[in-house]
Design a protein around this ligand. Structure first.
Ligand SMILES: [Zn+2]
Ligand SMILES: [Zn+2]
Length: 157
């Protein structure tokens, strides 16, 4: 979605667009990747040094944008919350809880999940930017496969 399109979309829905809101939208749409609230505030300060933007306003605006469905909000673990333009950069993260490695996962792999959630619950899931937590292949190997071995004993007998 182009910058002006998101603005138009919000206007059409009757939202009021303050200069602060427009700046936050501009930063999100101009970014190639997800951003934290702090990173968004920093970019605005860099571009417009005279503009005063307090943290509460940034968080309030991001929550509002998330509510409109135009912006994704994803917890990446360790109090790291990130935001992205939901219409762009569709990607998901597989995060290892042991070594903190983050693997980018193909969004197409999540399409069957979205479809079954709709079929079973009539729920239209917004799978725009997911983070799944688990153990990477290297950490499973380092643990000698012990971590999951006990859970599957019934199936193998
Ligand atoms: Zn991301
Ligand atoms: Zn790992």
């Amino acid at each position: 979605m182009e910058h002006s399109d998101m603005i138009q979309h919000l206007r059409a829905q009757g939202h009021r667009l303050t200069p602060q809101r427009r700046l936050i939208i501009e930063v999100l749409q101009g970014s190639d990747h997800h951003l934290s609230a702090d990173e968004i505030a920093q970019q605005i300060t860099l571009r417009y040094p005279t503009i005063k933007l307090d943290q509460a306003t940034v968080y309030r605006t991001l929550n509002w944008l998330h509510g409109t469905g135009l912006v994704s909000a994803t917890w990446l673990g360790q109090s790291h919350m990130v935001y992205a333009d939901a219409g762009r950069h569709q990607h998901h993260h597989l995060i290892c809880v042991q070594c903190q490695a983050s693997i980018e996962a193909n969004p197409q792999l999540f399409e069957p999940l979205r479809e079954s959630l709709l079929r079973h619950y009539g729920f239209a899931a917004r799978l725009d930017h997911l983070a799944l937590f688990g153990l990477c292949a290297a950490c499973q190997q380092a643990a000698g496969g012990q971590l999951f071995a006990t859970e599957n004993t019934e199936d193998t007998e």
